[in-house]
Design a protein around this ligand. Structure first.
Ligand code: GLP
Length: 383
């Protein structure tokens, strides 16, 4: 674990932004090799998103081959609700919807459950080879994403009931409206599976949680303490957030090298690391699927599709379930609900100049064909 402390919150945010940019640039993402970035919401990351947009405009970083996943979302808020995290991301980062994924605040397919949405979300992340870089905030009560105190340290993506304290703290955003009682969140196990984690914790109100997380034992009453279990974590703080920490802790963590550990997933395309996978043929089109560890398997009818949706309209209509996984809740294409179809999505290209990417599924399909042939040669009959 590495600690990067700064005089102020702004400086900490700029340093963390540089970390994100340097990781994306060092990875050299391409059409065939996407960089998978996981993102938080809240007020702490706002200067990071502002700086990322500024640096994008300067040409310091491209998001063309970056795929994002958000950590959590309130249950029941439509994407057009100003406090939904879908709206937050549109407002603050504005990466094209084809590259942005959020847990849906209500199941996209009315015949599915929240649990189905969570499993599909995990499955999509797995199919992309996992998360390369996960950017995390810490709640005042030590929560990470919406994993509240006393969450299971092995928890996976699921619906949770929000802690009363969290609802009170977040009430500042909601005015007179009630804060939702439930949310969907990636679990603690999912967070730990990321290759690298970066945390932004600034301001005095985070000092207790930070002390518990870094100096307390690993304890489910402070979910952020589980960061002690990950081998590649960098924590960006300011001098008010670290004021409860012992000097020896600060000095030791500052002396660590932020890039010294080896990535957790060395070969993200390794078939053996995918929990369940298979191939099939649907109306003449070959496809691959991957399930998450929490996904039940039905041999003849895999429930969750790992691949982003095809841009081809006919396939998208034929394979409805594929659309659930593919584009998050932003896209009018993947929402069967009329009210969601009418959500106005701001013109991204106009705001940031980032061009929407629509080739991902095509590329994956062509990769599939190559993989299908190679795997058939390597492994014999398919599942
Ligand atoms: C929210 C989010 C978290 C976030 C945290 C801190 O409720 N679910 O992902 O990290 O609380 O938010 P803030 O930065 O506003 O303190």
């Amino acid at each position: 674990m590495y600690l990067s402390d700064h005089d102020g919150a702004e400086q900490a945010a700029l340093a963390l932004t540089n970390h994100i940019i340097s990781r994306i640039n060092a990875f050299k993402p391409t059409q065939m090799k996407k960089f998978v970035l996981c993102l938080p919401t809240g007020s702490t990351p706002l200067p990071v998103y502002e700086e990322l947009v500024r640096r994008f405009k300067l040409g310091d970083v491209s998001f063309e081959h970056v795929i994002t996943f958000n950590l959590d979302e309130y249950v029941g808020l439509k994407p057009c609700h100003k406090q939904s995290y879908a709206y937050f991301m549109e407002e603050n980062l504005d990466i094209p919807s084809s590259q942005t994924h959020l847990l849906p605040s209500s199941p996209i397919d009315p015949h599915k459950t929240h649990q189905d949405s969570c499993a599909a979300y995990e499955s999509l992340i797995t199919s992309l080879g996992g998360i390369h870089l996960l950017f995390l905030g810490i709640g005042e009560n030590g929560h990470v994403a919406f994993n509240e105190p006393a969450s299971s340290m092995s928890s996976r993506t699921r619906m949770v009931k929000l802690d009363q304290g969290t609802r009170e703290i977040n009430a500042r955003f909601f005015g007179k409206e009630q804060v939702p009682t439930h949310a969907l969140t990636m679990g603690i196990a999912n967070i730990l599976e990321a290759q690298e984690i970066i945390v932004l914790a600034t301001g005095e109100r985070k000092s207790n949680a930070l002390k518990e997380a870094l100096e307390g034992g690993i304890n489910h009453l402070c979910p952020a303490s589980v960061l002690q279990m990950h081998e590649k974590v960098s924590i960006y703080t300011d001098n008010t957030a670290i004021k409860g920490l012992k000097e020896s802790t600060i000095n030791y963590l500052k002396s660590q090298d932020p890039s010294s550990s080896t990535p957790r997933l060395k070969d993200t395309t390794d078939k053996n690391k995918r929990p369940f996978q298979g191939r099939g043929l649907l109306r003449g089109t070959s496809f691959s699927w991957v399930s998450s560890p929490s996904t039940p398997i039905e041999e003849d009818k895999p429930l969750f599709w790992s691949r982003p949706p095809s841009p081809s309209k006919s396939l998208a209509v034929d394979v409805k379930v594929e659309m659930i996984v593919g584009q998050g809740i932003h896209s009018p294409l993947n929402s069967p609900h009329d009210d969601q179809q009418q959500v106005k999505i701001p013109d991204k290209e106009q705001k940031t100049g980032i061009k929407p990417q629509t080739l991902l599924a095509k590329d994956v399909n062509s990769l599939d064909q190559e993989e299908t042939q190679k795997e058939a040669d390597d492994q014999g009959p398919s599942v």
